[in-house]
Design a protein. Structure first.
Length: 229
């Protein structure tokens, strides 16, 4: 049987670990990993460098732990096997969460940009995450195609890469200008995307009818896009 003093000690250790993670997240979002040292994080967290190393044995381990925390929150809000609408609703919830904790988005984008080079320490992790996202979204598009909800002439892998590029770009734009209504932008993009993928009418005409484009498309332009002579 574990004694209560030992349980208390473990709880305090976990609280200290989480506090260090939160401090590191804020510092990484502001300064990036290259300009942030373990000694600086320890000082800001109110612990010694040795105390920090008790929880995180290296800077790379600390970086992975911070990214693990972000990934855990993303996965909790995600519907990994749901349809495309459900997956993008999860993205919308992610941006709602970013409004309450903007460091989550800032840290991710800053570390991503620092690790674009194949030799960078976190490059493999970010590349794997990107490819996993493409596979997940591509699979949801294929499920929609098999169910007859989405057009069969759309390449799921290409469309998935477009969606991921939009989401990464929106995070970066929101960091640049926090007044960007990211939740509303994701909602509008989702409506336009689903309309574009839905079989029936000319997809570009449907896209143009959304508020992203206020001017209606002429019939001759629609015929041209359809390939009608």
């Amino acid at each position: 049987m574990v004694s209560r003093p030992y349980e208390t000690l473990l709880a305090r250790g976990e609280d200290r670990r989480q506090h260090i993670l939160q401090v590191a997240l804020r510092m990484l979002a502001s300064n990036g990993s290259r300009a942030t040292t373990l000694a600086q994080v320890a000082r800001a967290a109110g612990v010694s460098t040795a105390g920090l190393l008790h929880h995180f044995q290296s800077k790379e381990q600390l970086l992975h732990a911070v990214l693990d925390a972000r990934d855990a929150q993303d996965e909790a809000a995600a519907d990994l096997r749901g349809d495309l609408d459900a997956q993008l609703r999860g993205v919308r919830r992610r941006f709602e969460r970013f409004g309450r904790s903007p460091g989550l988005a800032g840290m991710f984008i800053v570390l991503l940009c620092e690790n674009l080079d194949p030799g960078a320490p976190l490059h493999a992790r970010f590349l794997g995450r990107y490819r996993s996202g493409v596979r997940m979204i591509g699979a949801s598009i294929r499920r929609g195609q098999h169910a007859g909800r989405f057009r069969g002439d759309v390449d799921p892998a290409v469309k998935a890469r477009e969606i991921i590029a939009f989401l990464y770009g929106l995070e970066a734009t929101w960091l640049l200008d926090p007044t960007v209504p990211a939740v509303e932008v994701v909602s509008e993009y989702t409506r336009a995307l689903v309309a574009q993928l839905t079989p029936g009418d000319c997809p570009l005409c449907i896209w143009k009818q959304h508020s992203l484009f206020r001017e209606p498309m002429s019939e001759s332009a629609c015929d041209l896009l359809r390939g009608t002579p």
